[in-house]
Design a protein around this ligand. Sequence first.
Ligand code: PXL
Length: 277
Amino acid sequence: MSNKKVITIQDISCYGQCSITVALPVLSAAGVETAIIPSAVLSTHTYGFKDFTFNDLSNDIPHILDHHKKEGIKFDAVYAGYLGSISIFPLVERMIKDELKEDGKFVLDPVMGDNGKLYPIFNNEYVEAMKKLCAKADILLPNITEASFLTGIEFKTEYDEKYIKSLLDGLRKLGAKTIILTGVSYKEGMTGVVVYEKDVKYYEHQKLQQSYHGTGDVYASSFLGAYLKNNDAFKSSKIAADFVVKCIKNTIGDPDHWYGVKFEPLLGELALEINKK
Ligand code: PXL
């Protein structure tokens, strides 16, 4: 039987452990063949580094997609992460149309912000473009900040189940099918992930004091790796959440490693967990 195949469109941050430099190793460890479309090339990610370079690749991508189309290359999933500029959005739509197998899934991590704020270089126009892309998502993986920008519902740090349900309903209204909402914390010292398919399920786990850049990318990539290896959405969410917690624990206490998580030594354990029968 051939491996599942995914094509991911997100940036290459040359240094900083996020986006493609996370997606490739994580998905490969899961046993999923991974192709890439780099949306942009940056010298580092944009969080905590000064004077990073940014080169948008929207002029190259149409030629790459033309060639793939000519070759008839198709995937089980198109996975979009950090896109970087508005000009990339129509190209993602083209990928959904041209590169997905008939039963293939469009998986969207609407990377835009955290802690109630948009990441540098993003604005309202970007949020509006992301809303339109959400309509196409078979699986959408926002954090609460992104969910609040996408739905126009106020960002809160303290909330109840009713608030979370309003975010989920708002995202459904945009057209997203399955929603995996991360960073949902109802109790001190705990956090978790809400999975909204036919019903709403919650997986709660320990919340660590320290947070790190790139953990959203580790989460989405490990979720997708697990999902494409026949784990259901809830099980995949749990595997990804447990993996992120382990990665953070493995990084805490190393002040030189402030820019991302040290996930590499844990990939073997992730592979075993994903492929456990
Ligand atoms: O981890 C999300 C991400 C990906 N890529 C780049 C980023 C960020 C978040 O800031 O800056 C370039």
